[in-house]
Design a protein around this ligand. Structure first.
Ligand code: ATP
Ligand code: MG
Length: 543
C-alpha cells in the first residue's frame, strides 16, 4: 500500500483496500482554448502523480465540447508543456472522439423517459430555473412521449431546426435544491465547425453531461477537478447511475491553486496577449508554462513547488515568494556562477602593467561537494557595478568608497584612489590601485577587507541588454478590483550591462547565477539576444 500524501490518495487507498477499485486511472482534461498556466501544473502533478504512484494510467483528455473557442495551436502547445514537465500520458483522447457514443447515450436516456426535447429559449429556461430558495417551473414540453422526443432529437441532429430553437434536457427534478439538477440542458443546436469533427455535427453535448461519459468510456476511476465543480457532482453521478456505468468513475474536487501577483485565468491571459500588454503567451512574465519555461524556471522547481503546497479541499492563496524560493533553491544547487554587472562603472588599476592579462580561478558552483573552478581573465581595465561604489557611504559600508578597499571576487584587493566625473557631475571612472600580494588563494598582504564584489574584464566583457522583471499584477493594495486595474506598468527594467564571455558560449537556455545579483539566462526576444532574469537572488517579497 502506498503512503497517502493527501486526502485524495487516502480515498484511493481505502477504495483499493475495500476492493471497490482495482485499477487506478486519472486524466488531465484541459479545454484547448488557451495555454496552460501554473494552476494547471498543480492538476498535472496531481493526476500524473497518482498514475505514477499507483502504477495506473493517466490520459491526456482534451475537452473539446465547445467548438467555437478551440484551436489546434492550443492542443500542440498543451502537449509540449506537459512533456516539458516530464509527464507522459497513456492515451491522447478528445471529447469529440466520443460524440457518437454520447449521442447514443442521449437516445438511451430518451428511451428511458429521462430526457426530453425542450423548445423554450435559453432565456426562458434560465428564467424558469428558480432560485436557491424557490423551486423551478417545469417545462411545458417535459411530458412529451418517448416517440416524439426520439423524432425531434433525430431531426435536431439532422439539422432541421435553427440554432437555439430546441435543446435536449435531462428530466431530473425541477424542485431539487441543487439548481444543476433542475432539468439541465444536455444538448444544444449549434452550427459551428469543430476543429476535429468539422461540420459533421450541428448539435453539441454540454460539458456536465459529456464529461462523465468520456471518463467512463476511457476507464477513468477517479475524475479529479477543482472545487467549483462540487455542485455539479450530483449531475455527474446521475448520468453514471442512470446509464448504469460499472465501474462508475468517482469525481473528487480539490482546491484551485492561486498565487499572489499572478493571474490564473486563460481568458484574462489571452486578453494580455491580444492587447499587446505582453510579448505573447511565452513572455517571461506570464504565469503560463510556456512563459515559465522561456523565463528559465526549471520544470523540477515547479514540480517541487506543487509537491510542497500539497493538495487540499480549501481554497487559499500561496505567496509568490514561496514559488520563488523553490526556484532559487533548485538553481542554487544547479546553476553555474558567472560574473556580470548591470550598471557598469569603469575602473582602471593604475599600478597594473599595461597590456598584461592574467587568469584567476573562479568557483563554478560553491554549493557543489566537489570543488570545480574555471579561469577568468583579469586586466588593468575592469568594470564593477555602479551600485557597489558610494561617494557618500553610510556607516558600515563594506563596498567600494573613496580611499576604501574591497576585494574583487576571485582576484585582488583594490583601493579607490581617485574619482573622475563627467561634465554633469556624475561618477565616470574610478582610478584604483591593486595590492599585488592579495591574489585570492595566495594572499600574503595581511589586509582584511569586509566586502567582496563582482567585476568583469573590460578587455573581453560583452555588452548585453539585461532585463529584470517585476510582477504583472500589483497585489494586495487593490483587492477585489478588476485585473486590468491592477496591471503593473513597470514590470520590466532594462539595463545596459556587461557579462563575461563565458555566458555567451554556453548552451542557449543554460541558467547562471550572476553572483550577488540573481539568476539569469540568454533569451531571444523577437530576434534580438538579451540576458533575462529568472529570479532575483534575494527574497524581495517576504512579508
Ligand atoms: P481557466 O479558468 O484558466 O480557463 P479551466 O479550469 O477552465 O481554467 P481547463 O483547461 O478546463 O481550465 O483545466 C484543465 C484542468 O486543470 C481542470 O481539471 C482544472 O480543474 C485544472 N485547473 C485549472 N486551473 C487550475 C488551478 N488554478 N489550480 C488547480 N487546477 C486547475
Ligand atoms: Mg474550463
Amino acid at each position: 500500500m502506498v503512503e497517502a500524501t493527501n486526502f485524495i490518495e487516502q480515498i484511493i487507498n481505502e477504495e483499493l483496500e475495500s476492493g471497490k477499485v482495482t485499477a487506478v486511472q486519472t486524466r488531465f482534461p484541459p479545454e484547448p482554448n488557451g495555454y496552460l498556466h501554473i494552476g494547471h501544473a498543480k492538476s498535472l502533478c496531481l493526476n500524473f502523480g497518482i498514475k505514477e504512484k499507483y502504477n495506473g494510467k493517466c490520459n491526456l483528455f482534451f475537452d473539446d465540447t465547445n467548438p467555437s473557442k478551440e484551436k489546434t495551436e492550443y492542443v500542440d502547445a498543451i502537449r509540449e508543456d506537459i512533456k516539458w514537465l516530464g509527464f507522459s500520458w497513456d492515451k491522447e483522447t478528445y471529447a469529440s472522439d466520443y460524440f457518437d457514443k454520447i449521442y447514443e447515450f442521449a437516445i438511451e436516456l430518451i428511451k428511458m423517459g429521462k430526457a426530453f426535447v425542450c423548445e423554450m429559449s435559453p432565456e426562458e429556461i434560465s428564467a424558469n430555473r428558480g432560485t436557491l430558495t424557490e423551486p423551478g417551473k417545469e417545462s411545458p414540453y417535459r411530458n412529451r412521449t418517448v416517440e416524439e422526443n426520439l423524432d425531434l432529437f433525430t431531426r435536431m441532429k439532422n439539422g432541421e431546426f435553427p440554432d437555439g430553437s430546441k435543446c435536449l434536457r435531462a428530466k431530473i427534478d425541477m424542485a431539487s435544491p441543487n439548481i444543476n439538477m433542475r432539468d439541465p440542458v444536455i444538448y444544444r443546436i449549434l452550427r459551428q465547425t469543430h476543429h476535429r469533427t468539422g461540420d459533421k455535427w450541428c448539435i453539441y453535448p454540454m460539458y456536465d453531461y459529456a464529461h462523465p461519459i468520456c471518463d467512463y468510456m476511457q476507464g477513468v476511476s477517479h475524475s479529479l477537478c477543482t472545487l467549483e465543480f462540487e455542485d455539479h457532482r450530483p449531475l455527474y453521478d446521475w448520468v453514471g447511475i442512470t446509464l448504469g456505468f460499472n465501474p462508475k468513475p468517482r469525481q473528487i474536487e480539490f482546491a484551485r491553486l492561486n498565487v499572489t501577483n499572478l493571474v490564473m485565468s486563460k481568458r484574462y491571459l489571452k486578453k494580455l496577449v491580444e492587447d499587446g500588454s505582453v510579448d505573447g503567451w511565452d513572455d517571461p512574465r506570464m504565469p503560463t508554462l510556456t512563459g515559465l519555461r522561456n523565463r528559465g524556471v526549471p520544470a523540477e522547481a515547479l514540480k517541487d513547488f506543487c509537491a510542497r503546497i500539497g493538495v487540499c479541499k480549501a481554497n487559499s492563496e500561496v505567496q509568490i515568494s514561496y514559488l520563488e524560493a523553490c526556484i532559487r533553491e533548485y538553481l542554487n544547487a544547479h546553476a553555474e556562477r558567472a560574473m556580470a554587472v548591470l550598471k557598469p562603472l569603469k575602473i582602471t588599476l593604475t599600478n597594473y602593467p599595461d597590456g598584461k592579462t592574467e587568469e584567476v580561478d573562479f568557483d563554478i558552483n560553491p554549493s557543489e561537494e566537489i570543488k570545480r573552478t574555471r579561469k577568468i581573465t583579469f586586466s588593468k581595465n575592469l568594470y564593477i557595478d555602479a551600485d557597489d561604489f558610494s561617494l557618500t557611504p553610510p556607516p558600515k559600508y563594506f563596498r567600494l568608497k573613496k580611499d576604501g578597499m574591497v576585494r574583487l571576487k576571485g582576484a585582488y584587493i583594490i583601493r579607490c584612489d581617485d574619482v573622475l566625473f563627467d561634465d554633469d557631475g556624475n561618477v565616470k571612472e574610478l582610478l584604483c590601485s591593486y595590492i599585488p600580494e592579495s591574489r585570492s588563494g595566495e594572499d600574503t598582504s595581511g589586509i582584511k577587507v569586509k566586502g567582496t564584489i563582482q567585476w568583469v574584464n573590460a578587455e573581453d566583457a560583452v555588452d548585453m541588454e539585461i532585463r529584470k522583471y517585476g510582477y504583472l499584477l500589483k497585489d494586495e493594495e487593490y483587492p477585489g478590483q478588476d485585473f486590468s486595474e491592477r496591471m503593473n506598468p513597470n514590470s520590466v527594467t532594462v539595463f545596459n550591462g556587461k557579462v563575461e564571455p563565458y555566458v555567451m558560449q554556453g548552451e542557449y537556455d543554460k541558467p547562471y547565477q550572476f553572483i550577488r545579483t540573481g539568476y539569469f539566462k540568454r533569451l531571444n526576444v523577437k530576434g534580438k539576444e538579451i540576458i533575462s532574469e529568472i529570479v532575483s537572488l534575494k527574497d524581495n517579497f517576504n512579508k
